[in-house]
Design a protein around this ligand. Structure first.
Ligand code: URA
Length: 241
């Protein structure tokens, strides 16, 4: 990879600033001053340093965001703020994207990465990865709904959902539930409740497999996944790490 790209990716400034840094002799490769921005380096084999500080190169970034309401799960949008717009510039430099989608008004756990292979494996319908949501429902959720959701719900387009696990936390004219589904059809949770004559008024994703939203993250906050969490996702999707 070109040395100017590597340094820009690692937060040492814009490509232009990095070019200046190189030109003024602040950058070394294997302890030799390197001045050309066009030089290619292999960050896994060569040691790059800036003013004596070794550059810790990483290719991939894995973030857990507590997605707030009112931002869209996209990299760009002409009308709305995206989940990428709310990242710090040093993280956005990695060109990350959301893993799957949460609706604009859905809150909760959203993974953001630039690892296309992992993202693809996590979102493919071939893998039965459970995603658990908490929701407020307008209408009384009943044991009958639990059975219907377990058997499969026929959505408005005729698609019958795979078995899902519905837990009633509070029932009455306004109910509160947890629902675990293994697919990600468009507006799936909302459409499942519509199919049984009820309406989702609040939706939050709590977990993907055994990866839970960190309770220390306030709405709009995010953090990098730990090594253990990254390994778990690789294991979940049968990828080597
Ligand atoms: N189901 C929905 O209806 N919306 C989401 O954002 C996620 C799942």
């Amino acid at each position: 990879m070109r040395i100017d790209k590597l340094l820009a990716n690692m937060g040492y400034g814009t490509r232009k600033e990095v070019k200046q840094l190189l030109k003024s002799g602040h950058v070394r490769v294997n302890n030799q001053v390197e001045k050309s921005p066009k030089t290619h380096v292999n960050p896994n084999e060569e040691e790059v340093s800036v003013n004596g500080e070794v550059v810790e190169y990483k290719e991939f970034i894995y973030l857990m965001l507590h997605k707030p309401d009112d931002v869209v799960s996209a990299t760009e949008d002409s009308n709305d703020l995206t989940v990428i717009d709310i990242l710090q510039p040093e993280d956005a430099l990695f060109d990350p994207f959301p893993v799957g989608r949460l609706d604009k008004d859905t809150e909760g756990l959203l993974l953001i990465t630039n690892d296309g292979q992992l993202s693809h494996r996590l979102t493919t319908p071939k893998k039965d990865i459970g995603k658990t949501y908490f929701a407020h429902i307008e209408g009384e959720v009943t044991e009958r709904d639990v059975e219907v959701f377990q058997a499969g719900v026929c959505l408005d387009d005729g698609y019958v959902t795979k078995p899902s696990f519905l837990e009633i936390e509070k029932t009455g004219p306004q109910s509160e539930i947890k629902l675990t589904i293994t697919e990600g059809k468009y507006h799936q949770v909302k459409r499942m409740f519509e199919a049984v004559g009820k309406r989702v008024t609040y939706l939050k994703r709590l977990s993907i497999g055994d990866l839970h939203l960190d309770p220390d993250l306030e709405l709009g906050e995010y953090r990098e996944l730990s090594e253990a969490e990254i390994s778990y996702l690789f294991q979940l999707t049968n990828l080597d790490h």
